[in-house]
Design a protein around this ligand. Structure first.
Ligand code: HEC
Ligand code: HEC
Length: 264
């Protein structure tokens, strides 16, 4: 009996020690520091060619679609995004200091895009597709920053998110990221052409095609091994983009450019 008790005590002790370590690790991962505010950079401090490239990249990333309300100013946010977990509202990403990202440094912007962490250190919901944006190069993020910081500042605060009870806690997102956010830089495949690699870089990163066209699991993560097998976006079916596409007519390079099979 005595021995059993000792074994039990040891086991309990061991488990608690493990729990303390686990909580410690989790807290370390959950905690992200605030990045201090900066003076809003003067529009003239950005190079025009970089701003123009940022504009093209913002189009590829569809920033305006999620960050503009139906009758709102471009990039001023407050667009409702229904998700299986409740409704999220996009933020204002104009250069307004009080309600936008006017006093975010370039570093704070890059961290949001690559790690899904806001300037104040809180975790962002993956409705901002950072599991894809994380693959965008530093240079492209710099151009996007230059483009956004030279937009008209608009004062508009997004409404509070309306998530189901229990899901509104941002620290929980650290766990989601541990499972689904793979922060790797784009690796070119040397056996493929430059054009193919450029396409893959855009598709996997900024254009986040898989964000809608890859099925998701119950936790909202994209199912690995089923890339582009078809998904759902805001209640719309996003058809498969692989060979299983049920389209009766074959897609060609030209028809894909016009987004209609066989140019129909
Ligand atoms: C599919 C919709 C979607 C797209 C596309 C999208 N965003 Fe967002 N973004 C969001 C949502 C929703 C949030 C707020 C997330 C939250 O509240 O945690 C957000 C938050 C942000 C934030 C953090 C702002 C803050 O104040 O915390 C930045 C920066 C941002 N997005 C930049 C961009 C840029 C740049 C692009 C285009 C390259 C882009 N987003 C494309 C939905 C989107
Ligand atoms: C915000 C979600 C979303 C993103 C991101 C997205 N798509 Fe789609 N896509 C859709 C939806 C929804 C449809 C179906 C539209 C319809 O039914 O009219 C669609 C349709 C298509 C079709 C037509 C397929 C068919 O069989 O009719 C192609 C091709 C396509 N998308 C390619 C892409 C590519 C390439 C990217 C990345 C550059 C991309 N999509 C990014 C949601 C998305």
């Amino acid at each position: 009996m005595k021995v059993n008790k000792r074994i039990l005590a040891q086991a309990v002790g061991g488990v608690s020690a493990l729990a303390v370590v686990a909580i410690g690790c989790a807290a370390w991962y959950v905690y992200e520091p605030e990045i201090p505010k900066v003076q809003r950079p003067a529009k003239s401090s950005f190079d025009l060619a970089t701003v123009a490239r940022g504009e093209q990249l913002a189009t590829v990333g569809d920033c305006i679609v999620c960050h503009t309300a139906p009758v709102g100013a471009p990039f001023a946010g407050a667009r409702a995004l229904p998700t299986p977990f409740g409704t999220l509202y996009s933020n204002n990403i104009t250069s307004d200091e009080a309600t936008g990202i006017g006093n975010w440094s370039e570093g704070a912007f890059k961290r949001a895009m690559k790690s899904g962490v806001a300037r104040d250190g809180s975790h962002l919901y993956p409705a901002l597709p950072y599991e894809h944006f994380t693959h965008v190069s530093d240079e492209d993020l710099q151009a996007l920053y230059a483009f956004l910081m030279t937009r008209q500042a608009v004062s508009q605060k997004a409404p509070e998110n309306e998530l189901f009870p229990g899901l509104g806690s941002r620290p929980l997102l650290a766990g989601w990221k541990m499972l689904f956010l793979h922060q790797t830089n784009f690796q070119a495949d040397k056996s493929k052409s430059e054009e193919w690699n450029r396409g893959k870089y855009l598709v996997d990163g900024l254009a986040h095609c898989g964000g809608c066209h890859t099925p998701r699991n119950l936790a909202g993560g994209e199912v690995t091994g089923h890339e582009f097998a078809g998904g759902v976006a805001e209640g719309w079916n996003a058809p498969p983009l692989d060979a299983s596409n049920p389209s009766a007519a074959n897609w060609t390079e030209d028809s894909a450019a016009q987004l209609s099979p066989n140019g129909l």
